[in-house]
Write a protein that binds this ligand. Structure first.
Ligand code: HEM
Length: 403
């Protein structure tokens, strides 16, 4: 393990911590639940209670796109302008009152009731993906199962026309691209905009039948939204809903394969899978942190945060805080971990939580039901080099189809 005398979140780039960031989080939290990271030039928050409190503090803002964009060199600023425009119209990067208004736009399509109606679609997609690999006795959980599952579900929900569905392949997240100053995704965003405009025209003529058009119809009739705002939040559904779910399923399968007693428990009592989904989310989330900017000075856990400073809420560390979860590094599918932080907390709480939970539950339950002797084909997956996302590049497994 790398030495970390002054712990920094940037140490997560070291392969040892990329593989398993949790010991580093513990080390940092023992230092203090809120600490200044000189290399990141940011406050790092690692305690469950502190993250929950700060997520509800109005003095911290998620509106951080325009400021970041404004301080880029002119060439990068120009290249990234289309991304900056779309991101700054997303609810995730706005605060009330605009946030409240934008959230209202797509909320009707993500309520638990609506998601119950989507379960048959999720079930049939899972069924056909697992049928496709059953005879092979091996698969890459990411490439063959969780990625096409979350891609198909999100394409249906967001109403991406069939001819544009290929644009969602290998989707890794726009925010990551933007903050690493890459404009590689701009052509893809422009192509999605063209597909979206096509559907928007049909919508105006009352001819669109996709799910997204259906769920926003009432709001569009009741309130004014610009086409840019509607597009940005359509893009947010795609962006926030796809790779997160893909890799959460991957991490959940990995966690179960490394904890065979817990896997056996779910095989014996599949009805436990619904509650277990929360514990799997707590144990190893695909999203490790989110960040905010301080709008005013504030104090927490004896630390003084100044106006303008960046605050990183390390959700993955809060999820392993021993003050909140006894024996936090143990996967315990019977643990009632519904207050995990993987969906965030406060007004930006994940709008897609019910959908994600349904996808994870059905994917895990059916994978276990339809396979026997499921095991890892390689001891360690290779991880994407990111300090924010825990994305396995591949997760090869072998199995026998269940008799
Ligand atoms: C917000 C995680 C799946 C849509 C968030 C936030 C987190 C998160 C941490 C809050 C970010 C912040 O406070 O800065 C996850 C994880 C998922 C997942 C781990 C998968 C397991 C989804 C899905 C959708 C979705 C499937 C859509 C279909 C959203 C939206 C927001 C959001 C729209 C913004 C909410 C707002 O700003 O008010 N998600 N998400 N997410 N998520 Fe998810």
């Amino acid at each position: 393990m790398p030495a970390a005398s002054t712990p920094s979140l940037l140490d997560l780039h070291h392969p040892d911590w990329t593989r398993d960031p949790y010991p580093l989080y513990h080390r940092m939290r023992q230092h203090a639940p809120v600490l200044w990271d000189e290399l990141m030039r940011s406050w790092i928050v690692l305690g469950h209670q502190e993250i929950a409190r700060l997520s509800k503090d109005e003095r911290l803002s998620g509106a951080r796109i325009r400021d970041f964009h404004a301080q880029l060199p002119p060439a990068a600023r120009g290249d990234l302008e289309p991304l900056a425009r779309a991101l700054s119209d997303m609810m995730l990067f706005n605060e009330p009152p605009r946030h409240t208004r934008l959230r209202r736009l797509i909320r009707p399509g993500l309520t638990p009731r609506f998601i119950r109606e989507m379960r048959p679609l999720i079930e049939s997609t899972v069924d056909s993906l697992l049928s496709g690999v059953a005879d092979r006795g091996e698969m890459d959980v990411i490439r063959d199962f969780s990625e096409p599952l979350s891609r198909d579900v999100i394409a249906r929900l967001a109403g991406v026309p069939d001819h544009a569905a290929g644009l969602l392949e290998n989707w890794q997240g726009l925010l990551h691209e933007f903050f690493s100053q890459s404009s590689a995704q701009v052509p893809r965003v422009n192509a999605l905009r063209a597909a979206f405009d096509e559907v928007a025209e049909q919508r105006e003529r009352g001819q669109a039948e996709d799910v997204f058009s259906r769920i926003i119809a009432e709001q569009l009739a009741a309130e004014e939204f610009t086409e840019d705002e509607v597009f940005a939040n359509f893009l947010l559904l795609i962006d926030a809903g796809q790779a997160t779910t893909t890799h959460l399923i991957g991490n959940a399968v990995l966690a179960l394969l490394r904890n065979p007693d817990q896997l056996a428990l779910l095989r014996e009592a599949p009805e436990l899978t619904r509650d277990a989904t929360h514990e799997l989310m707590r144990y190893d989330s695909s999203v490790q942190f989110t960040s905010r900017v301080a709008l005013a000075d504030l104090e927490i856990a004896g630390q003084h945060i100044r106006q303008g400073q960046t605050v990183i809420l390390v959700l993955g560390a809060g999820n392993r805080d021993p003050r909140r979860y006894p024996d936090p590094d143990r996967l315990d599918v019977r643990r009632k971990a519904t207050d995990h932080l993987s969906f965030g907390h406060g007004i930006h709480y994940c709008l897609g939580a019910s959908l994600a939970l349904a996808e994870i539950e059905i994917a895990v339950r059916e994978l276990l039901r339809r396979t026997e002797d499921l095991h890892l084909a390689e001891p360690e997956p290779s991880w994407m080099d990111s300090i924010n996302f825990r994305f396995a590049k591949a997760l090869p497994v072998r199995f026998r189809p269940a008799g």
